[in-house]
Write a protein that binds this ligand. Structure first.
Ligand SMILES: NC(=O)c1ccc[n+]([C@@H]2O[C@H](COP(=O)([O-])OP(=O)(O)OC[C@H]3O[C@@H](n4cnc5c(N)ncnc54)[C@H](OP(=O)(O)O)[C@@H]3O)[C@@H](O)[C@H]2O)c1
Length: 302
């Protein structure tokens, strides 16, 4: 019998955020089941990491071939720090349950981790570098990575940087920046926080290529351009100014000057040599991706 991509099952668990929307498009053609928790979007089904059996998502369909992309969790950095036990119950114990059930159904777990596993003490972290998180969120991501690695069974772990929506959405990072640029008053931008942001669509397509291509182990999937938050904001402001007056005054500051519950790592830029070497993938530079997104925002609002 000829196998088609519809025979391949892809579970997108925790798909109501920036990445999930793009992953649903990137895995189009597969039998895709995407979930939400508190924020339903078109085509998603409710899933609770603490209670819902993963088998419910298959509704009797055999698992067999395919993967489960596991994104579900409490992802606001300060929410994890304020409630380490409550957030770990979801982000570590809950996610490990999903991994175990996913495997029992014959699907490969694809765990979405973060550049927040690094302590930020230098630039350009590679997969082989030791992760020493200073954030509770990062410690929880690393605990799941280590569980997968220790199991010795097939899995794929993908560390992502700050993601930018391709079409700004109300709960997204870029949407917040665009709103801020249109408000009069000083807009503090850290000159000492560096990262390698990426378009969510580019990251989702890379994840789909890795998963479908049978990649295993740990991959960094990030943009090729290391930028400070202030530089990224300046790129956004330059594109914004082509469509409307920027009302905010960009004001350089240090990350430590901004009110945060938990201090952030200063430099989480990631090197993606493994992605380029094994799959020939290099994502769009962050400056280009954010300019495209700001343009898309103004085009869709005219
Ligand atoms: N966005 C970024 O910049 C970024 C950067 C690095 C890594 N990541 C990782 O990439 C993944 C996706 O991020 P995202 O920004 O697209 O999504 P997100 O907005 O951070 O949300 C994660 C998902 O988890 C769901 N969720 C929350 N609590 C849950 C629970 N108790 N049970 C089941 N599901 C629950 C959310 O559902 P509701 O929203 O419907 O409640 C949402 O679908 C996350 O694992 C995140 O840590 C994201």
């Amino acid at each position: 019998m000829i196998e088609t991509s519809r025979d391949r099952t892809t579970l997108l668990i925790g798909a109501s955020g920036t990445l999930g929307v793009e992953l649903a498009a990137a895995f189009a053609g597969d039998h895709v089941v995407a979930t939400h928790h508190a924020h339903p979007r078109a085509g998603t089904v409710f899933f609770d990491a603490l209670a819902t059996p993963v088998a419910n998502l298959l509704a009797g369909r055999p698992g067999g071939r395919g993967c489960a992309v596991i994104m579900a969790g409490i992802t606001a950095i300060d929410d994890c720090a304020r409630d380490p036990l409550g957030s770990a119950a979801v982000n570590v114990a809950g996610v490990i349950r999903l991994i175990d059930e996913t495997r029992a159904l014959g699907l490969v777990p694809v765990f979405i981790s973060s550049d927040g596993v690094f302590d930020g003490s230098r630039a350009w972290w590679a997969e082989g570098d030791q992760a020493r998180p200073i954030l509770e969120y990062g410690r929880q991501k690393l605990a799941v990575e280590q569980y997968l690695q220790a199991s010795g069974e097939p899995s794929l772990v993908i560390r992502l940087p700050k993601l930018m929506e391709d079409r700004p959405q109300p709960r997204g990072f870029l949407f917040g920046c665009i709103q801020a640029l249109g408000r009069p008053g000083p807009l503090p931008c850290a000159i000492d926080q560096y990262f390698t942001p990426a378009s969510a669509g580019d990251a989702a397509r890379a994840i789909a290529t890795l998963a479908r291509g049978g990649a295993r182990g740990l991959y960094h999937v990030a943009g090729p351009e290391r930028l400070s938050r202030s530089e990224l904001m300046a790129r956004m402001a330059a594109e914004y100014a082509r469509h409307a007056p920027v009302k905010a005054q960009l004001a350089d500051c240090r990350l430590g000057d901004l009110p945060m519950f938990e201090p952030r790592p200063l430099d989480t830029s990631m090197r993606c040599a493994r992605l380029a070497r094994d799959f020939g993938i290099v994502l769009r530079p962050a400056g280009d991706a954010c300019a495209d997104a700001v343009r898309a925002h103004f085009l869709q609002s005219t």
